[in-house]
Structures are given as structure tokens and as C-alpha cells.
Design a binder for this molecule. Sequence first.
Ligand code: ATP
Ligand code: CA
Ligand code: CA
Length: 406
Amino acid sequence: MYNMLTGIRIGVSRCQAKIKRPLTDEDFTARHKFSFDIVGNELTPSAKYDFKFKDYAPWVFRELREDYFRLDPADYLLSLTAKYILSELGSPGKSGSFFYFSRDYRFIIKTIHHTEHKFLRRILKSYYTHVKENPHTLLSRFYGLHRVKLPHGRKIHFVIMNNLFPPHKDIHETYDLKGSTVGRLYPEEKAAKNPRATLKDLNWINRGKSLELGPEKRALLTEQLRRDAELLKKLYVMDYSLLIGIHNMQRGNRDNVRSNTLKVFSPTVPAIRRKPTSIKGTSPEAMAMRRAMRESDPKRLGAHDSLDLPEKDTGDRQQFIFYQDEGGLQATDEANSPQDTIYYLGVIDILTPYTMLKRVEHLWKGCSADRHKISPVPPTEYGNRFFEFMKAIMRGGGGGEKFKAE
Ligand code: ATP
Ligand code: CA
Ligand code: CA
């Protein structure tokens, strides 16, 4: 963690210090190397440990952050590198990725597999062009791509991205929806005990839920989802989901014992935060992670009493249609009048290309279940099904039942 943050601080501020210039083709494949050690040199200040850091396509990410995602450069650096900023989240998915929140809860660092890293580099230009042409895209916002290499050669790749959920609002329900219904059920008994769990497609269907959006927002959201899914089909990606966090304004933040100064960490986090970070195993990474966690944040498992959570939406999201109401999208009725729910939504986990491995998984899982309803299907089918499902779950869309396995 220390290495990641030190690397980002030096890498990002190095690039930031230069005068902005138009991007060139080389910028998309560029990588800047930094070597850190306890002595330091003219390029890098002295660090606590020896490690190497690589900043990928720094100029591209700088432009994405500043021109399209409208982040304030100083803010960004501060969020990521202020004193013990990152809370470890454990590894919520099956992939083994680790997630960390910035101290102000606006950013997420996700460690990614080498193949995902290579893939993001390969599609960076398409991603960049898409973001440029679709300022309201729902796709994960990537703010940076980096790598730390430890002295014994171990490499850790990671991205920095937006946290879809706001620091200042409780999320009362969370869904991770793919449009697949096989195995997409979080046990309701477990959900009853743990209201912060991330639920799945079948929970959504069985609970008879729908996205309550009036004609205006429904049309906008549908069109943006269509475009985003088109890109993902073109890039041959699959396995992504629409993450939906629901804030009920009637309930407000009252489930949460918080003081005026927001000393208590919002339980919104817990969808992922819940499993408080016991990193198991004796692999070098696991051991290094544990060590870094102890060092970077001794109060990590405590009351989170020193987190700087902003009380209100920080404003950088306000120019984005789907993030303009308190950082999210407020429900509306058929007359487009606002209702008491705010949705926080976005398309996440978009770096899985349909590789050989997935093809095998598809054939394998397809032996025991409907070949079209399982999660690994070819990208075109995946994208179409995803889009149809999202249309169906909006009010008036007919519901998601028709996707249910017979
Ligand atoms: P798998 O490949 O097994 O699905 P993963 O490690 O790739 O897992 P993701 O699917 O990216 O992980 O995310 C896992 C969970 O973490 C999501 O269901 C969601 O609860 C949370 N999460 C991921 N990205 C974000 C984000 N940008 N904002 C808020 N929460 C997020
Ligand atoms: Ca996922
Ligand atoms: Ca994944």
C-alpha cells in the first residue's frame, strides 16, 4: 500500500507538473518507470522500501481525469495520498482482487490480474474515445493504471476508479446485475441477517423490484446503456454487471449512528467492507498485504473515527446526468416528478475479455444448465442479454421474470 501510494504521488505529480499538450498515439502505449529506494535520487525521493513503480499512459489518464471526468488534480492527489487514507476492503469477488477506498471514500483502488491489465492497455484508445464521445457513460471511470514491482520480482497491477457509492448517503440495498439468472441468487436468509450484502439478479426478480424512472430518465438511461453495451460487445468483453445502490430518502441515514462530524464510517461501504479484511494465506503477497495494512492504517478495524467523509456531495459529479442528484439518479414518476429514492449505478468489472478459458467455462456450465442463461456466454450474446435485462427492469419494461430459468 505504501509503495502504491508513494508511486502514484510521484508519478501523477510528475506528469501534472508539465504543461498540458495534445495527446499523441505514443501516449496510449507509454509507460513511465520509477525506481524507489531508501537513498533516493534526482528523480525519486527516498522511500521506506525498495520497489519499482510504473505509470501507464499517464498523459491519457490525466486528460481523462481532468477533461472528461472533471476531477480537480489537486483533490485527486490529496485523496489518494493524504495520511493513512486507504481502508482495506478485502476481496469481495471470486477473482481475488483487492479493493481499497481512499480516505474520503471517493476513489477505489482495485488490484487486477495481469491479463486485465494487458487488456486495459490494449483497449485504452477505444475506452478513451468512448468516454470522449459519451460524457455520460456509465462505464467504470478509470483514473489511472499502475504497477508496483517488489524486490523479489512480484508484480502488483492496479487501477484507480470511481466509487459509485457516495460518502454522504447510506445505501439501503445493493444489487450486482448481469442479466444472467443461473446461480445469480444471494441466499435470502443470509440477506436478512446482512442487509448490506450485494444481491443478484434473482433477488431482484423475486423481490419484484423495478427501477422507478419516468419517461425522460428512462429514455436517457436506456440509450446510454445501449451505447455502453455496444462498446463492450465490440471490445469482446463479458462478465460485467450493472451495480445498483439504492438509497431510500424516507429512511435517510438514520440506520447509521453518526455524529455531526461523521465520525462513524457509513455502513454503505460494507457491501464490500463487511468481511473485515482478514487476508489469509502465507503467500508473499498476503504477507506483504498484511504488513502494509498494519503500517498504513493501524485503526483500520477500529471505529474509523478519523475518516474525512464529506457531508455533502462534493460537486464533481453534478454535470453528469446520471450522477447529478446527490451523486446519483433520483427516481421519478410517469410525470417525471422526483420520488423518494436515489439510485447509484454504473457498469463495473469491464476488463474480462472472452478468452479461451471463458469459452471452456461456457461449454462446461452449459452442460448442466441452459446455455443461454449462464453467466459466461459470448460477448455479443452477453451484451444483448445484459441490455435487454436492464430495459426489462425499468418501470414499464415488463420485469425481469422472463429471464428466469425455467
Ligand atoms: P468477480 O470477477 O468475481 O465478479 P471482482 O474481484 O472482479 O469479482 P468486481 O465485480 O469488480 O470484483 O466487484 C465486486 C464488488 O465490489 C461489486 O459487486 C460491488 O459490490 C463492489 N464494487 C466494485 N466496483 C465498485 C465501484 N466502482 N463502486 C462501488 N462498489 C464497487
Ligand atoms: Ca464482477
Ligand atoms: Ca472480475
